[in-house]
Design a protein around this ligand. Structure first.
Ligand SMILES: Nc1nc2c(ncn2[C@@H]2O[C@H](COP(=O)(O)OP(=O)(O)OP(=O)(O)O)[C@@H](O)[C@H]2O)c(=O)[nH]1
Ligand SMILES: [Mg+2]
Length: 310
C-alpha cells in the first residue's frame, strides 16, 4: 500500500513520514497532498498561542485528554519559531505529553520549518492537510511567543485560543502584538496565582470595548492547567465556537483565506524558482555590460515579463 493510502487509513507512521516530507520540502510532497485532498476539511483546526511559559503545553495536554475521553482522535503540532529557546521548550512538551505516547489516537509532533520558503504558516498549512487527511477530529497547533510569524500560523486555525497569565506584562504584551483581533477564546491560565481575577476583568472589558461588531464575543475563561481546573469549559467553548463559525459562515471564510494564502505561497515559491533560472540564463548568455551598472528593476521586469533576452 502506498503512503497516501496508509495516511488516509490513519496510520500514525505514515503521518509522521508525510510531515517529515513537509519539513524536508520533499519533491513528492505535491503529489501526496493532491492524492489525499479528497478528505480535506474534516478536521477542526484549533490554534493555541500566548507568551512563553504561560502554560500552553500543559493546557494542550488537558484539552487532548478531554478530547480523547470524547473519543476524538487528535493531531498536535508544536510549531518551532526558530527561537533560541524553542529547543528546550519543545523537548519539555515531549516529556509533558508523554502519557499520550502510547495512544494511537494522539499524534504529537514538533515541527521546525526554517528551510521553508513560504515560512512557518505555509509549513503549518501543509501539515494540517496531512493531519486532516489522516482522519483526526482535531488538529491542535501550539506556537510559542507573540511575534508576526506566530500570528500568521494562528491565521491558519479555525478557532484561536489565546493564553495569558496573571504574570506582569502579559496582558499588555498581547494587545501590543495585535493578538486581541485574532482571539476567539481567551484563557487566563495560572488561576491559582494572585491577580487572575483582575486580568479576567481587564480582558473582558477590552473584549467588550473593542466591540469590533463581530458576531462572536470572545469568552474569557480561567484555568489552572496544572490541576485540570477549567479545562472542560475551554473544550466546550472551542466546540461552541466551531458550531457558531459553521452557522455564521465564518468557518468558510477562514478556510477560503487559508486556501488563498496557500496558493499564494506556492505561486511565490515556484515563481522565484523560475525567475532565478531565467536570470541565470540571461546572465550566462547575454552581454549585459558592466553588471554594476545594470538597472536591477529593469532587469527584474524583463525576467518577470518572460523576456530574458533583449
Ligand atoms: N501555578 C501554575 N503553574 C502552571 C499552570 N499551568 C502550567 N504551569 C506551569 O508553568 C510552566 C510552563 O508551562 P508550559 O505548559 O510548559 O508553558 P508553555 O506556554 O507551553 O511554555 P513554552 O512552550 O515554553 O512557551 C510549567 O512549569 C507548568 O507546570 C497553572 O495553572 N498554575
Ligand atoms: Mg509549550
Amino acid at each position: 500500500m502506498d503512503l497516501a493510502d496508509r495516511l488516509l487509513e490513519g496510520d500514525v507512521r505514515a503521518l509522521a513520514r508525510a510531515i517529515s516530507m513537509v519539513e524536508d520540502r520533499a519533491e513528492a510532497l505535491p503529489e501526496l497532498l493532491s492524492a489525499v485532498r479528497g478528505r480535506a476539511g474534516q478536521a477542526h483546526v484549533v490554534g493555541l498561542t500566548g507568551p512563553p511559559g504561560s502554560g500552553k503545553s500543559t493546557l494542550a495536554d488537558g484539552i487532548v485528554e478531554r478530547w480523547r475521553a470524547l473519543d476524538r482522535a487528535v493531531g498536535v503540532l508544536a510549531i518551532d519559531p526558530s527561537s533560541p529557546f524553542s529547543g528546550g521548550a519543545i523537548l519539555g512538551d515531549r516529556v509533558r505529553m508523554q502519557r499520550h505516547a502510547l495512544d494511537g489516537g494522539v499524534y504529537i509532533r514538533s515541527m521546525a520549518a526554517r528551510g521553508h520558503l513560504g515560512g512557518l504558516a505555509s509549513a503549518a498549512r501543509e501539515a494540517i492537510r496531512l493531519i486532516d487527511a489522516s482522519g483526526r477530529h482535531h488538529c491542535l497547533l501550539e506556537t510559542v511567543g507573540v511575534g508576526q510569524s506566530e500570528l500568521e500560523v494562528m491565521l491558519t486555525a479555525d478557532t484561536v485560543v489565546v493564553v495569558t497569565t496573571p504574570a506582569s506584562g502579559d496582558g499588555v504584551q498581547l494587545i501590543k502584538a495585535g493578538i486581541m483581533e485574532i482571539a476567539d477564546i481567551f484563557v487566563v491560565n495560572k488561576g491559582d496565582l494572585p491577580g487572575a481575577d483582575r486580568v479576567v476583568r481587564e480582558l473582558r472589558r477590552l473584549v467588550h470595548e473593542s466591540n469590533r461588531r463581530t458576531r462572536w464575543e470572545a469568552p474569557v475563561l480561567t484555568t489552572i492547567a496544572s490541576s485540570g481546573e477549567g479545562i472542560a469549559d475551554v473544550v466546550s467553548a472551542i466546540d461552541r465556537h466551531l458550531a457558531w463559525a459553521e452557522k455564521d459562515g465564518e468557518l468558510q471564510r477562514r478556510r477560503s483565506r487559508r486556501l488563498v494564502a496557500e496558493v499564494e505561497s506556492i505561486v511565490a515559491e515556484r515563481a522565484v524558482d523560475r525567475a532565478r533560472d531565467a536570470l541565470r540564463e540571461c546572465i550566462d548568455t547575454e552581454d549585459l555590460g558592466d553588471l554594476a551598472r545594470v538597472d536591477p528593476y529593469a532587469l527584474a521586469d524583463r525576467i518577470l515579463n518572460g523576456r530574458g533576452a533583449r
